[in-house]
Design a protein around this ligand. Structure first.
Ligand code: CU
Length: 160
């Protein structure tokens, strides 16, 4: 009986960190609904996305509507052209919604998920991503208040 209890406890302890990272953004290594990290050698095209604020208090991605094809590997060249820190998080609407709620609770939350990049003002960076499922997904900035100010866009993954 003691042995069983000990094993069960060990399993709980082992499982806890995996669960914590798994709830964050669908896991770091598994393929996500929106796709998976891509290889630079497979990039078929580059899509430039800029992030900024407007004088009337809105925040936005340009362009805010993207279209790719299933199977395509895209280099997202992302530029923070604004005066505030922003991020680009590629995921399902549902996952972004959950992630946003988590960030509202823990604004200092750090993440280094392959489907996301956070850039200080003036910085640029890239995400290389392979799309592997058709549907409409979302890119968003989940820093508290930014999504509500307009920092979201749809990305449609069409069949080949
Ligand atoms: Cu932002």
């Amino acid at each position: 009986m003691k042995l069983i209890t000990g094993t069960a406890l060990a399993l709980v302890l082992l499982a806890a960190p995996a669960f914590a990272s798994g709830t964050h953004a669908g896991g770091h290594h598994d393929e996500m609904d929106v796709g998976k990290p891509g290889d630079a050698s497979s990039v078929s095209r580059t899509i430039m996305v800029s992030m900024s604020e407007t004088d009337d208090g809105r925040m936005l991605f340009e362009p805010a509507l993207l279209e790719v094809k299933n199977g395509e590997t895209i280099r997202f060249a992302i530029k923070n052209a604004g005066e505030l820190e922003h991020e680009f998080v590629l995921d399902t609407h549902h996952n972004n919604e959950e992630h946003k709620a988590l960030m509202a609770k823990f604004p200092e939350m750090e993440h280094d998920d392959p489907n996301a990049i956070r850039l200080v003002e003036g910085a640029d960076g890239e995400i290389i991503w392979t799309f592997s499922k058709t549907g409409t997904f979302e890119f968003a900035c989940l820093i508290p208040g930014h999504y509500e100010s307009g920092m979201k866009g749809d990305i449609t993954v069409a069949g080949k």
